[in-house]
Design a protein around this ligand. Sequence first.
Ligand SMILES: Nc1ncnc2c1ncn2[C@@H]1O[C@H](COP(=O)(O)OP(=O)(O)O)[C@@H](O)[C@H]1O
Ligand SMILES: [Mg+2]
Length: 266
Amino acid sequence: MTASAHALKLERIACRFGATRVLNGVDLAVAPGERHAVIGPNGAGKSTLFNVVGGKLRPDAGRVWLDGADVTGCSPHVLARAGLGRSFQTTRVFPSQTVLENLRCAVWCGVVTSRGDRRVRTPLSVWALWWRHSNAVAERARCLLAELGLEREAHTPAGVLEYGAQRRLDLGIALASGARTLLLDEPTAGMNRDEAARTIEWLRRVSVGKTLVVIEHDMDAVFALADRVSVLVQGCVIATGTPAEIRADTRVRDAYLGALFDEGLR
Ligand SMILES: Nc1ncnc2c1ncn2[C@@H]1O[C@H](COP(=O)(O)OP(=O)(O)O)[C@@H](O)[C@H]1O
Ligand SMILES: [Mg+2]
């Protein structure tokens, strides 16, 4: 597959903090509509890799391609316009705004972003855009609310939601932007087993047709969600394959999964 046929393609991404090399030539290729999990031990460089792809960090070397376009070093807002969305390892919602307001705001940002700079430069053009789209924004936010199973909490301030619901809202906000490719950093972090399983099931449903790249620790979640898995260890991808191939890979078992099994984490 050429770079243009991939939703996301990374070529030899390298990144260091001072003298510490965190990413050492990462290659990754994700097809449109694929659900790709990135797994690896703590400190392997997974979040750093997302920061490079998401435009928060500029790589020291290597290239990032999004839908065939070279977006290396582009800022997060340019990437958002190019169809990339992301959620973070820690939840980011507006805590004093209600659940519905958070979703409306995210859908509205998606509308503005998809228009690019030219048509929303002046306050008048923003107002005109709002006048035309406000009903559709409200409708989409209501749909998302139902998809998230948060209808009863619609008017609850996001900051007082219980943890699992707050994480789901965070994911809903990432989806609301209408991005084609989503980077999700540990979407089930801090959830209990039941909540994690429900969240993964929900993600499967709502992400149909989108490309997902997901950092995930919970191996049950990885194997339930991912079409393919890449294993990052010390800033290098040591294996990429289907969940079954990864489970059977002796290098992966030695470097990562074996340790997880030994620690009784699953
Ligand atoms: N901003 C930073 N400055 C210095 N070191 C960092 C920074 N961010 C991450 N690191 C280091 O980079 C390594 C990889 O971190 P991270 O990408 O968060 O790993 P992971 O998400 O796989 O657990 C760790 O050793 C971490 O301490
Ligand atoms: Mg991390």
